[in-house]
Design a protein around this ligand. Structure first.
Ligand code: ZN
Length: 317
């Protein structure tokens, strides 16, 4: 038997249900929706989550499809899907929660006595992390931007997470994420591999759903949960990310696409006022790869415009 939250799932069975976090003003139970497929043979528990940011859709659909398709008879271990972690942010069609306006991916491990997002994070740490062996967290560039397909392996946890990180299949490995409070952190701190996979933006695209589905299947093979050899690339590129913010507000004109190589000094974007006068130019601070670009044309002072990736070297599996 496998147990997580309110669910107990026998070998060979599927289940779905909600880990409760609170009651909405409509009197409806809010919480973490789970889909579980328990394999007929022993193996690890892989959890795949999406919707930590409510305006990132591709991963949510990818999880539903993989969980619907995976056959418990051919599965070693258990696959846990959390298609939409942050339902109040999804309802708001926004990155942050409509209830308390917090960014869920900056506040882990949360606080059981805090506002809704803090309670949600604390519930994940208390009830999900102990019940899983590995975590794959799916994201996109969100409504505001578009990101190159890449995998984030947290700096300091390379030994733990690089294996599934390479199996995610993307050439770019972002070593870092200096910011804290992500859903990865409590999982890694518990000694369990956790990665984030990024692709696309806030506009739902079938090609990005497919990318996420392929990543999940390859990680299942890597963990020996399904048959077949995981496919790995010959080489991967390790990058670090630098966020560039603009001092000037205005209308953004972009000149680089996510994944594009750039040389130091290349014009990545410029910001104009309503008369067409250039207010600011954004140039590549070093040679590297453009990881994320802003897609929303409105730029307010201090907004993120681009994330540059500085190449740190190659990783050979
Ligand atoms: Zn995100």
């Amino acid at each position: 038997m496998y147990s997580i939250g309110p669910l107990t799932v026998a070998p060979g069975e599927r289940a779905q249900g909600l880990i409760p976090v609170g009651i909405s003003t409509y009197g409806v139970e809010l919480g973490i929706p789970l889909i579980v497929v328990n394999g007929t043979e022993d193996g690890p528990v892989l959890c795949v989550d999406a919707g930590v940011h409510g305006d990132e859709y591709d991963g949510q659909e990818a999880i539903r499809r993989v969980l619907a398709e995976v056959d418990p008879a051919g599965l070693r271990g258990t696959l846990v899907g959390i298609p939409c972690m942050n339902t109040p942010a999804f309802e708001a069609a926004a990155r942050t929660s409509g209830l308390d306006h917090l960014n869920l991916n900056r506040i882990f491990p949360g606080d059981a006595d805090g506002s809704y997002s803090l309670r949600l994070a604390a519930t994940f740490v208390e009830q999900v992390v102990p019940a899983i062996d590995a975590l794959v967290d799916l994201h996109t560039g969100g409504t505001f931007g578009e990101i190159a397909p890449l995998t984030i392996v947290q700096g300091g946890y390379e030994d733990l997470a690089t294996g599934i990180g390479l199996a995610a299949g993307h050439r770019l490995i972002w070593k870092g994420g200096k910011w804290g409070g992500t859903v990865r952190h409590p999982t890694l701190a518990a000694g369990k591999p956790a990665i984030t996979i990024e692709a696309g933006g806030g506009t739902y695209r079938e090609e990005n759903v497919r990318l996420h589905i392929d990543s999940i299947h390859n990680i299942l093979r890597q963990l020996k949960m399904t048959d077949g050899e995981a496919e790995l690339r010959d080489d991967y590129i390790a990058v670090s990310g630098t966020f560039a913010r603009s001092a000037a507000g205005g209308f953004l004109l972009g000149h680089a696409a996510p994944g594009e190589n750039c040389k130091e000094g290349d014009l990545i974007a410029h910001i104009v006022d309503h008369y067409g006068n250039t207010l600011e130019e954004v140039r590549a601070p070093q040679d590297g790869i453009v990881l994320w670009v802003r897609r929303i044309r409105t730029v307010r002072p201090g907004d993120e415009v681009v994330i540059f990736g500085e190449v740190q070297g190659e990783i050979t599996p």
